[in-house]
Design a protein around this ligand. Structure first.
Ligand SMILES: Nc1ncnc2c1ncn2[C@@H]1O[C@H](COP(=O)(O)OP(=O)(O)O)[C@@H](O)[C@H]1O
Ligand SMILES: [Mg+2]
Length: 153
């Protein structure tokens, strides 16, 4: 019998050549999400982390504008399946700030939390988080995107 592909084994890499292709990949990832899951988005400034979350939100049914939470730190969106929380930790200096923002409660209450700059969260990113790594390339609109359920870079 063929082995069932479990979420724990998710690991793939894709070259995307436009924002539209990033959105398409985000839509595939949206199908993998389960309540209480953390999606950690790695990549330099301008890599496309926010763009990815926008594609994710669109696929999940969010129809209001999804702007970068760089200054607000966290924005909540209700979707039919779960609450989606978009966080940007770029301006966080101490993981404790994340705790006081209710990060743990969001997860406990079954929200999906998409986190930009997850390294700022220290040990608070759960072991079973889904990691999206976006690398810029020489070509303006190309990105190498890796999706996997592992903390290792
Ligand atoms: N393939 C692509 N995927 C994502 N963004 C892209 C792509 N090609 C060009 N871009 C542009 O790169 C920028 C990415 O910005 P943003 O998503 O805010 O990045 P980050 O959140 O990682 O800082 C946007 O201006 C977007 O239009
Ligand atoms: Mg961003």
């Amino acid at each position: 019998m063929a082995e069932k592909v479990t979420l724990a084994k998710v690991a793939f890499s894709r070259t995307v050549r436009s924002v539209a292709e990033t959105w398409r990949l985000a839509a595939e990832v949206a199908a993998l999400l389960e309540p209480g899951m953390v999606l950690a988005l790695h990549g330099d400034l301008g890599a496309g982390k926010t763009t990815f979350v926008q594609g994710l939100g669109w696929e999940l049914g969010v129809r209001r504008p999804m702007t970068s939470p760089t200054f607000t730190l966290a924005v909540e969106y209700q979707t039919p399946r779960f609450k989606l929380v978009h966080m940007d930790l770029y301006r966080i200096n101490d993981p404790e700030e994340l705790v006081s923002m209710g990060f743990c409660e969001y997860i406990e209450n079954g929200a999906v939390v998409a986190v930009e700059w997850p390294d700022r969260a220290g040990d608070l990113i759960p072991e079973n988080a889904l990691h999206v790594r976006i690398a810029l390339s020489q070509e303006l609109e190309s990105r190498e995107i890796t999706v996997e359920r592992s903390k290792k870079a």
